[in-house]
Design a protein around this ligand. Sequence first.
Ligand code: SF4
Length: 225
Amino acid sequence: MQNTARSSGPDSRNCSRTISLLKEHYTKTGQVTALGKVAELDDPFRVLIATVLSQRTRDEVTSRAERALFGKFQDAESISQAGIGEIENLIRNVGFYKTKARAIREISREILTRFDGMVPEDLESLLSLPLVGRKTANCVLVFGFGKPAIPVDTHVHRISNRLGWVRTRTPEETETALSKLIPKVRWLDVNELMVRHGKNICKPINPRCDICPIARYCNYELKRR
Ligand code: SF4
């Protein structure tokens, strides 16, 4: 592959172009993440619970648990009245399922008592819920409400650093740096595309740079040559 990469540091236009290429590639392949699928249901509560389930859990396992839980309980009201053992049984395969079962019931109760049955649409309120950190809250904004935010998980953190867009040590630093670099109109796409890319091509170990559609814009690939 010919080396046509930029010679200077990252800029917004470069990021936009790279995101466009990723979007083009993954639109063709048709792969969607677990949260991407839940987003299609247009139910912020379901997105919130699915995101809690997804913490430290593979996508396939998250999807199965989410479908099992919502096959039995449809909303915050019914989950708030469920027995902990019942919830645990339905989500047993996800990581930390006992902690998550308690948190999911408590979240449901707080949504009913503190937020009038509606998932809040602002970061601060979301962060006040059990087991909801910045990544989860930002996922709810993006996948539940279509509001611009950049949820940074291990895939987004790793790929942004490999591309040379950021040089950061923590997801929080990455979120801050990316929010200055990536045009806001692109924020909605970042998590979905980078998670797909991280699972399929830019894996944690042995990334498949030979088949990567954005290799010519990547610092990691340039250094390998
Ligand atoms: S070129 Fe390699 S390191 Fe860079 S984004 Fe693609 S797979 Fe990841």
